[in-house]
Design a protein around this ligand. Structure first.
Ligand code: FAD
Ligand code: SIN
Length: 537
């Protein structure tokens, strides 16, 4: 790895984020061109690192591209872009094979003829077993493999603990163009401008805007906020996916219990031991996620119970320990032996199906700015993402974005002398930001989103939420103007902005579809609403 690129004020490619999307892109561009990754924590800290279930790909003889496409479209409830799904499914296999070539150790099994092949799991909404996994820590294995592959690349540098605040923009031929980014060095408090031929946003999701989320602390929607400020189109933010089964435990911090547990036969039960999913969908506990999460929500309300239970006590203890080592150990550390007692679970915010709108090459509507991974809306997920399609999407479109950016590099480099205009987002004050005030505003925001823009919505609650978030935004802005730049304060500003975009998109959609369910408009309306919700400044 070359550190010279870091001291230079200009690199060919600037990548914001070191999850699976950013690393996939950088591994292509850094083969020949200077590439710098800025990441706000340690390099492995990402949603990617916590992914459990796996990567969906067509790899077995009884599967087909057509079936994976059909499953994706069915889950997406009429809003998937078929061209994007086609690309995802057809190119996904190659990207998984790339990971294996780079050394990813996915789980295998041996058939009765003694042949060893990938072990393929099942998750909700899939009609075939097609989930490539590394026991229950698939994301960790992907991240480990990709980071290991970056080590020998001369042209690649990674700066950790550099928090990107805003995109740097200039005017090129009368059109705004992205030319880099402003980042806070969280060790020194210095703000630096990094300029580049092209920029990739790969900042992941925004689960932290909700009180209960499976996402790690980094998922604060920074990329959507930056892209919005720069004038990019943001699509489908109302489609926030709630994972049906996060651990319900005071010390569990919404730890995920993978859908693969249901794929291996886990049964959802109410507090009296009865099953209920058969009343909601023919696929039962393996129905698409929006349906299972809503069913659990309804059962909790109906019975006045705080949670439901995921029962695997009928499965062999050794099998559970080997297939789900992370889940087994984590539950045991909290006093739950999953081979002997059912696991208390509740839905929690998990994934943003919407984001920065891109085309099939990962291009946003701003020249010079690409985006890939959970920060985007590529059109693949429509109104509800099919399980294990997101690691796949990040790789397929991260790779495509790199190919497009490489093909256009010489034109981009001709603009390298253009000067970035100063960003409004960099106006700070001189006092230390009071942590207690940041925490208070953060809790108020998350509680408001949980209570009013969750699994089941209505116009009255959404209107109330908009007013509350506007007031919180005013208080954050006042705090920002007084305070020295601090990552948690800027994250809070981003979370409030992203919350506004979720609420606004949800208010605009006057129907129920996929992950957006409104009691005011309980039916799906294909006449008026079979379209994306696109917002821009
Ligand atoms: P991330 O992996 O989240 O990476 C984002 C990067 O951007 C991080 O490095 C972060 O630090 C950095 N960053 C963010 N903001 C800034 C900033 N302002 N400045 C600098 N850096 C910044 N999907 C599947 O397909 N299969 C699964 O089995 C699966 N399981 C999951 C389990 C859990 C618990 C969770 C939370 C998610 C799961 N998902 C799964 C979803 C999937 O993990 C994510 O959608 C995917 O990893 C996103 O990858 P990404 O590269 O877009 O973003
Ligand atoms: C899980 O393991 O249940 C998560 C899978 C996903 O989010 O795609």
């Amino acid at each position: 790895m070359n550190t010279d690129a870091v001291s230079a004020d200009y690199v060919d490619f600037l990548v914001i984020g070191s999850g699976i999307a950013g690393l996939t892109f950088a591994l292509q561009t850094a083969q020949r061109h200077s590439t710098l990754i800025l990441t706000k924590k340690d390099r492995a800290e990402s949603n990617t690192n916590y992914a459990q279930g796996g990567v969906a790909a067509v790899l077995s003889d009884d599967d087909s591209f057509t079936l994976h496409i059909e499953d994706t479209l069915r889950a997406g409830a009429g809003l998937c872009h078929e061209d994007a799904v086609d690309v995802l499914v057809h190119e996904g296999k190659e990207r998984v094979e790339d990971l294996i070539r780079l050394g990813a150790q996915f789980s295998t099994e041996t058939d009765p003829d003694g042949r060893t092949h990938l072990s393929l799991g099942r998750e909700g909404g899939h009609s075939r077993n097609r989930i490539v996994h590394a026991v229950d820590r698939t994301g960790w294995e992907c991240e480990r493999t990709l980071l290991a592959a970056t080590r020998d690349l001369e042209n690649l540098s990674i700066l950790e603990h550099f928090f990107v605040i805003d995109l740097a923009m200039c005017e090129a031929d009368g059109t705004p163009r992205c030319t880099g980014a402003y980042a806070l060095d969280t060790a020194t408090g210095e703000i630096r401008l990094f300029r580049a031929g092209a920029v990739l946003l790969a900042t992941g999701g925004c689960g932290q805007v909700y009180l209960h989320t499976t996402n790690p602390a980094i998922a604060t929607g920074d990329g959507v906020a930056m892209a919005w400020n720069a004038g990019a189109a943001i699509a489908n933010m109302e489609f926030i996916q709630f994972h049906p089964t996060a651990l319900y435990h005071p010390e569990g911090h919404s730890f995920l219990i993978s859908e693969a547990v249901r794929g291996e036969g886990g049964i959802l039960r109410a507090s009296d031991g009865s099953t209920f999913m058969e009343n909601y969908h023919p696929m039962g506990a393996l129905a698409p996620r929006d349906i299972v999460a809503r069913a659990i929500h309804a059962e909790r309300l109906k019975r006045g119970d705080p949670c439901v239970y995921l029962d695997v006590t009928h499965l062999d203890r050794e099998f559970l320990k080997n297939r789900f080592p992370t889940i087994f150990e984590r539950c045991l550390s909290l006093g739950i032996d999953i081979s002997r007692e059912p696991i208390p679970v509740v839905p929690a915010a998990h994934y943003a199906c919407g984001g920065v709108q891109t085309d099939l090459q990962g291009r946003t509507c701003i020249p010079g700015l690409y985006a890939a991974g959970e920060v985007t809306c590529t059109g693949v997920h429509g109104a509800n993402r099919l399980a294990s399609n997101s690691l796949l999407e990040a790789m397929v479109f991260g790779y495509r974005a790199a190919k497009d950016a490489l093909a256009n590099l010489s034109a981009a480099n001709e603009l390298r002398h253009d000067v970035a205009a100063p960003s409004d987002a960099l106006l700070f004050g001189g006092e230390p930001a009071p942590r207690s005030e940041i925490r208070r505003l953060q809790t108020a925001l998350k509680a408001c989103m949980n209570d009013n823009a969750g699994i089941v919505r209505n116009d009255r609650d959404l209107t109330k939420a908009e007013e509350i978030v506007e007031e919180i935004q005013r208080q954050i802005d006042a705090l920002l103007r007084r305070s020295v730049p601090a990552a948690d304060l800027i994250e809070l500003r981003n979370m409030a902005l992203v919350s506004r975009l979720i609420i606004r998109s949800a208010r605009l959609r006057k129907e129920s579809r996929g992950l957006h369910y409104s009691t005011d408009y309980p039916e799906r309306d294909d006449v008026h609403w079979k379209r994306d919700t696109v917002l821009s400044r």
